[in-house]
Design a protein around this ligand. Structure first.
Ligand code: DC
Length: 213
């Protein structure tokens, strides 16, 4: 079974995808980490004419070993760099095969990102599109940073999230919209347990329907 979980930054899609993976005993891939790893590899070229070519080369040579330093990969810097490399079509193409190979494992997988249901795995058995309003998403991200001991400027973080959303949604190569057969789940007023219960109910319902002749 392949479960695609898409949604904007800090919508809770990663936590939900992890929970679904645990619940169904499937491997999980957070595809944002791939874009973050590419972004970090080319951070020194960010304002130069070599940025695009460097990002493409970095995406083509990416492997699982680049996805281990979660401290760095989940930093605010990495998220901004990620959204900058994610607008480059060749970067997306290079990262697509890595994601498809992960999904093709025997037994399936849970994959989260922006374009999993639309581009990476349009054949996924179940597609979830997670939503939450910007303020709720900012608050969640702020708490994550505070748990790591960081001081958070909520005003700046809110604008950073809005700016990143705008760049992701305007990305002509992004595929960042709910697939026609995606199930929408708004987590604005749900805690993680309630959101996971709702997601499991959607997946179970979709799989039951699929199993009927
Ligand atoms: O989900 P995230 O915040 O870790 O994603 C970081 C950036 O990577 C985000 O701004 C958009 C990009 N991204 C993407 O374009 N496609 C994906 N499947 C995953 C992430």
């Amino acid at each position: 079974m392949i479960i695609a979980v898409d949604g904007p930054a800090a919508s809770g899609k990663g936590t939900l995808a992890q929970g679904l993976a645990r619940h169904y005993g499937l491997p999980h891939l957070d595809t944002g980490l791939l874009y973050r790893a590419v972004g970090l590899k080319v951070r020194d070229a960010v304002d130069t004419s070599a940025f695009e070519a460097s990002a493409i080369a970095a995406a083509r040579s990416l492997d699982a070993a680049h996805l281990t330093d979660l401290e760095q990969l989940t930093s605010a810097d990495a998220s901004i760099l990620a959204s900058k490399v994610a607008v480059i079509a060749e970067v997306r193409t290079a990262l697509r095969q890595f994601q498809r190979d992960f999904a093709a494992q025997p037994g399936g997988a849970v994959i989260d990102g922006r374009d999993i249901g639309t581009v990476v795995c349009p054949e996924a058995d179940v597609k979830l599109f997670i939503e939450a309003d910007s303020k709720a998403r900012m608050e969640r991200r702020a708490r994550q940073f505070e748990q790591k001991g960081q001081v958070v400027d909520r005003y700046a973080l809110y604008h950073q999230i809005e700016e990143r959303d705008a760049r992701d949604r305007a990305n002509p190569h992004g595929g960042f919209y709910p697939a026609p057969d995606a199930h929408l789940l708004d987590t604005t007023r749900l805690d993680i347990e309630a959101a996971l219960r709702a997601a499991v109910a959607i997946v179970d319902g979709a799989m039951t329907l699929k199993s009927k002749p």
